[in-house]
Design a protein around this ligand. Sequence first.
Ligand SMILES: [Mn+2]
Length: 353
Amino acid sequence: MSMRWFGTGYDAVKLWQIRQVPGVTAVITTLSGALPGETWAADAISALKAEVAEAGLSIAGIESVNIHDAIKTGAPERDQYIANYITTLERLGQADIHLVCYNFMPVFDWTRSDLAKIRPDGSATFSYDQKIIDRIDPDEMTKSINAQSQGYKLAGWEPERLARLKELFAMYKEVDEEKLFANLVYFLEAIMPVCRKYDIHMAIHPDDPAWPVFGLPRIVRDKERLLRLMNAVDDPRNGVTLCTGSLGTDPENNIPDIIKSLKGRIPFAHIRNLLRVAPGVFEESAHLSSDGSLDMHAIVKALYDTGFNGVIRPDHGRAIWGETGMPGYGLYDRALGVTYLNGLWEAVSKTEV
Ligand SMILES: [Mn+2]
């Protein structure tokens, strides 16, 4: 069991606080200052590792080593960026880090229309309404997300990159689902040798939400597409980050069934709930099954039944108890999520079949 931590200077939550959450022994972290495409310095990786160890925790994996847009679009310079990525993977492997989460979403990572929707209990949460997204253009959405970030640098929303939004959209103009898929397979085939050498499990994060946004293709969003990717590069180190909150945005996605079909290919799980309000409209609820649309017991049981032995973390938390900080990544609600997930895991693992 782990929690995501963005690093000193980037995260409002401290490592010593995470250390006190029952059952959490590790963090999922990243070099928050690194831009997609940059090679990570070996000494920066060791410093991060030492800082986490000093707090009595370990690094369970990296979320994320982001992929440069040249790799996603298949631009001529992609091989240079893949070479950089391979160097970063080598350095992570040499630092005894064996799990890397990444995504292959064009231009934007996760998308939301509101980062602080007030729920009936007074908590603030992330919400999404397709009607709002349809009314605004990508530039407006970028401004709106950054205006709601409380001054924090949000993962996947690097202002340096998004300042070139028009250029980015132009890069993806000719990239449809098939091309994006082929570019992903090209990337995975290129990095698999280094993943095998250092036993690094690559865990692709599903698209969030699980449908195309702003006309950009999305290829990691349902069972069929996930299996196609697993089969295209059939190595256990080509795996999936089972993010229930992302896959769960689409009511057609049966998550326990997806877990069963991906047996052996899930090294990392993000487990959280969400409330589907109407088609194309959802908000992130508390982790508890009764607060949202997903059956968290069935999800944890499917992981247990398929022999899951990877890393779990709770996902976004609501802002509760007056906590301020990075939207979605406060301490309190995620700690409640950890405790709930640990309870489910204990119950499932002690239940006689
Ligand atoms: Mn996730």
